[in-house]
Write a protein that binds this ligand. Structure first.
Ligand code: IMP
Length: 193
């Protein structure tokens, strides 16, 4: 029976989201910091899943209770899938959107497709399970919207960028929302076993 999970992050938004989603299962989610773990493993994987596994295993080895870890990023077709696992360090903080827009200034509208991907890994000893979600859209020609973070202002889904959506609206269609829903279903099944 799982009652408590450590999330391999200290990011407040990720924690709040995981807490809200897993609360109906009676599972408490605590941060790495709350678990007393002060390590930052080197994320040198080439896929989101590899990085999530690296983080999950490192934290699990320190706490020996069930752990979840996630990794996510943006993949742009016209840039051969970049920035992918390099999304967080693709440009100096606050300039990542400008860098993508600049690299894509000559890319026509019908070639501006992209997706966000999120992989969540659950680990409890030998039990390792990974779940991913994707959100498909296109890259705008200029930033739009004030909400969100990272590449949200240049990622168009339907007629809105993710930065023009409320957190609830975004969670319903986002890569992280989809992976989180799969995590919920996985843990719900485990509870019943
Ligand atoms: P991480 O999964 O926290 O390591 O995030 C990787 C990076 O991908 C972030 O720093 C953002 O640049 C980008 N990213 C991941 N998810 C999103 C999203 O939902 N919106 C905008 N950018 C995102």
């Amino acid at each position: 029976m799982i009652n408590k999970l450590v999330m391999a992050t200290n990011n407040k938004n990720k924690l709040r989201e995981a807490r809200e989603i897993l609360a109906p299962l009676g599972i408490e989610v605590i941060s790495q910091q709350e678990a007393g773990v002060d390590i930052e493993p080197v994320e040198d994987g080439v896929t989101f899943e590899e990085n999530a596994v690296i983080k999950a295993k490192a934290i699990y080895n320190a706490v020996k209770v069930p752990v979840i870890a996630d990794d996510s990023g943006l993949c742009v077709d016209a840039l051969d899938g970049r920035p992918a696992v390099y999304s967080a360090r693709y440009a100096p903080k606050g300039q990542e959107c400008e860098k993508i827009l600049d690299e894509m200034k000559n890319v026509p509208d019908d070639k501006r497709t992209a997706y966000f991907e999120c992989c969540i890994v659950y680990i409890n000893g030998e039990d390792i399970h990974s779940m991913s979600g994707r959100c498909y859209g296109t890259i705008t020609r200029e930033k739009r919207g004030m909400d969100g973070f990272g590449y949200d202002p240049i990622f168009l889904y339907g007629n809105k960028t993710l930065a023009e959506m409320s957190p609830d609206e975004k969670n319903k269609i986002s890569h992280r929302g989809e992976a989180m829903k799969k995590l919920y279903e996985y843990l719900e099944k485990k509870k019943g076993e």
